[in-house]
Design a protein around this ligand. Structure first.
Ligand SMILES: *Cc1c(COP(=O)(O)O)cnc(C)c1O
Length: 411
């Protein structure tokens, strides 16, 4: 009984002020005092630093796109728009949010397996690039463009015949609802080029949440080779190739940060030695969690402290309805602990083993399982890290009538 379970590594860049976790210079209790609890706090400074570090290691000509589904909170999105070269969206709703937050249509690309006609229309009217996922979708986009008298900007999303090794979420290699199989690509591109449409290039996304540089390097090489092979088959150079992303972040005990230096070196090598048909192609990476995940913290107050059969539970006013992933219910096989802390006792030593749970009436609502923490009391504030991606909007906020958490971006 009571076996201690480790927690994931707390991301770099967090400091303590007067013994408390501070984000953007403000202490956790001040933040919760001012904005309420539960609260997502995102650091503008950490977002900027992450992009700076990435730019410093990647080839200069590489574009960086932000996949906004990771965190569409308007202040975060607006800030990201100033930092990246493109915004990748996955719905008409995200299109409206991206334009509203200041993105330029020419810098937006729209992927997603089930685009409705009204979303295609909205995207074609706005002039964003649509990553076409099937021959059927291609026909629909072409006929909407023809009907409206607008030349659609269409890239073809390819279902690659390989996957990103060691990735948490595979998006290629086998039968997939994303993109089209490689044998369908050339005929679809030919149809686009024969129609009154603008063929933009390829979108090839092979997976997500990889922590091994070698795996990403291998996938990028395969992706470039696939783009060259398809371009040769078509007989035209793509102006743009989205190489996918897949850069992961450490969430769990034992996870180690991705070595982007190695990836940058390998990609520079690749770019210096491109097949002729890709020599004028603009390449982009599309990243979600890597850009924003570690820049966010979820803060939730302890409302009860109780014992059951020798175990201690800290019950918070938050839970899986805001942080589904931390509870282990967002695509993980084995539940492990996210990095967590008692935010207002950030400098105190861990002295007891506690389970931190949410306020929902379900055993799934577990934020930290038998973790070692400083002794905490009712009113204290729990911090769950890695909350900058797939938190607020990827959790069932209305479950049990709870409603959304507050969100704030700080300096
Ligand atoms: C979700 C998604 C991303 C972002 O994934 P992360 O793991 O957050 O980097 C990028 N591209 C596509 C096509 C996606 O569906």
């Amino acid at each position: 009984m009571n076996k201690v379970k480790p927690i994931g590594p707390i991301p770099d860049g967090y400091e303590s002020v007067s013994g408390e976790l501070a984000i953007g210079g403000a202490s956790a209790t001040d933040l919760v005092g001012e904005h309420g609890s539960p609260l997502f706090v995102y650091s503008e400074n950490l977002l900027s630093r992450r992009i700076e570090a990435l730019r410093a290691t990647m080839p200069e000509q590489l574009h960086i796109h932000y996949a906004m589904k990771a965190n569409p909170f308007t202040p975060v999105l607006s800030h990201m728009i100033t930092l990246v070269d493109g915004i990748d969206i996955a719905s008409g709703g995200e299109l409206a949010m991206a334009l509203g937050a200041g993105a330029t249509a020419g810098h937006i690309s729209f992927a997603g397996p089930g685009k409705r006609d009204d979303e295609l229309l909205q995207a074609i009217k706005a002039g964003v690039t649509i990553n076409i996922e099937s021959p059927n979708e291609c026909d629909r986009a072409l006929s909407i463009g023809a009907r409206e008298g607008i030349k659609p900007r269409l890239a073809v999303r390819v279902n690659p015949d390989f996957d990103l090794k060691g990735s948490g979420m595979k998006m290629g290699g086998g039968a997939k609802p994303f993109g089209m199989d490689t044998d369908l690509v050339a005929p679809t591109v030919r149809k686009i080029m024969a129609s009154d449409a603008h063929w933009r290039g390829f979108h090839i996304f092979a997976g997500s949440q990889a922590l091994k540089a070698d795996a990403i390097i291998e996938t990028q090489a395969q992706t470039i080779a696939l783009a060259a092979r398809l371009a040769d088959e078509i007989g035209h150079s793509p102006e743009h190739v989205n190489l996918g992303g897949g850069f992961g972040i450490p969430y769990f005990p034992g996870d180690e940060a991705l070595d982007i230096t190695e990836i940058g070196i390998a990609l520079k090598q690749q770019f210096s030695d491109l097949p002729a048909i890709l020599s004028n192609t603009q390449f982009a990476l599309e990243l979600g969690r890597y850009l924003v995940g570690e820049a966010g913290v979820y803060l939730t107050r302890i409302v009860d402290r109780k014992e059951s059969q020798g175990e201690t539970f800290l019950v918070t006013d938050g839970g899986l309805h805001h942080q589904l992933a931390a509870s282990g219910n967002f695509g993980t096989v084995i539940r492990r602990n996210y990095p967590a802390a008692i935010a207002n006792r950030y400098d105190q030593p861990s002295e007891e083993t506690v389970s931190i749970v949410g306020c929902l009436c379900t055993p799934l609502d577990l934020l930290s399982d038998r973790a070692e923490m400083p002794v905490a009391q009712v009113g204290d504030v729990v911090a769950i890290f890695c909350a900058g991606a797939y938190g607020a909007t990827a959790s069932p906020a209305n479950f049990l009538g709870q409603g959304a958490a507050k969100e704030v971006m700080v300096g």
